[in-house]
Design a protein around this ligand. Structure first.
Ligand code: SF4
Length: 304
């Protein structure tokens, strides 16, 4: 099913996946970069989005992927990190191969794209379910990639050990009842999320909170969101609208997308309950606002 949606599975046991994103296509045609380019200097055509685990322990309303049938994670045979890296790089090159013959392609960008510099471990599934995530990220780092890891925060023990360039934890509700409605965790993960936020406060590397805002569902109680954010002491907070795409269209309506001004207004409300943060940037086309800590020790723009 995932293949028919454009996901490319790789490795012996096909639990890793990558997908060509819209921004890669635009960038290769000489167009603009995604908001990660604007916010952090990540060039879309040099970025691979992938997951080491197509499986997830949540069923978020806003998720673009179809929910896979229940599998017992204990029964999954996991490929080693070296095989996943080889698999994802080979798929990346295969995805690029169609662009060489097009006169719409920017040749310089295509040449750069053949040497990717960034891995976003954030496609679908929950990456912390992959038992060798620590080693996978270390291997990518050793190969000279910058690594972004996005997690739903259900595995605080894994977060204690990983060393990505930038770690994201998603906060999609300000309190437990709404969390269970929005994220639909298979286990009781609220306490794990709270622990993960506390773990993040002591992580090395750039710390980011991602909030997917669903109009009419979770754009409430900015004060409690700010309390949760404060547990993690993040460098960056991305407040982003839900986008009505993929399988989420079966769970939510177009009216659940917030407009950019609504996102900006909600970000301002959260900011009112945080000390030492400011609105740093925004990308209207992606309906996302970046809040940053004023005394962060990190340059927002990465040197890649
Ligand atoms: S945690 Fe991520 S992959 Fe899992 S259901 Fe939620 S949005 Fe989808």
């Amino acid at each position: 099913m995932l293949e028919s949606l454009g996901y490319h599975l790789f490795g012996t046991h096909k639990h890793g996946a990558t997908k060509r994103c819209m921004w890669l296509r635009r960038a290769l045609r000489g167009g603009e970069l995604c908001y990660k380019g604007k916010f952090y200097g990540i060039a879309s055509h040099r970025c691979i989005q992938m997951t080491p685990s197509i499986y997830c322990n949540h069923e978020c309303l806003h998720c673009w992927r179809p929910f896979l049938e229940d599998i017992r994670l204990e029964d999954v045979a996991w490929d080693p990190p070296s095989e996943l890296i080889e698999g994802v790089l080979s798929e990346h090159h295969r995805l690029l191969s169609g662009y060489g013959g097009s006169d719409k392609t920017d040749p310089e960008r295509l040449e750069d794209a053949a040497m990717p510099k960034h891995v976003a471990i954030s496609l679908i599934g929950e990456p912390t379910l992959y038992p060798y995530l620590v080693e996978l990220i270390d291997e990518f780092n050793n190969l000279g990639f910058t690594t972004f890891l996005v997690t739903n925060g259900s595995n605080p023990d894994v977060l204690k050990k990983v060393r990505p360039t930038q770690c994201y934890i998603s906060i999609n509700a300000p309190e437990k009842d709404l969390y269970e409605q929005v994220c639909q965790p298979k286990d009781d993960d609220w306490d794990n999320l709270l622990k993960s936020l506390e773990v993040m406060a002591n992580m090395h590397g750039r710390r980011t909170i991602r909030m997917t805002m669903i109009k009419g569902v979770n754009m409430v109680d900015p004060e409690r969101y700010a309390e949760l954010i404060s547990l993690a002491d993040p460098d960056f907070i991305e407040v982003k609208s839900y986008m009505h795409l993929g399988y989420s269209r079966m769970r939510l309506g177009r009216e659940n997308m917030a407009s950019h001004p609504e996102i900006r207004e909600f970000a301002d409300e959260i900011l009112g309950f945080l000390d030492g943060y400011c609105i740093e940037d925004e990308a209207e086309i992606s309906r996302v606002v970046l809040i940053a800590r004023e005394d962060s020790s990190y340059n927002r723009i990465l040197e890649v």
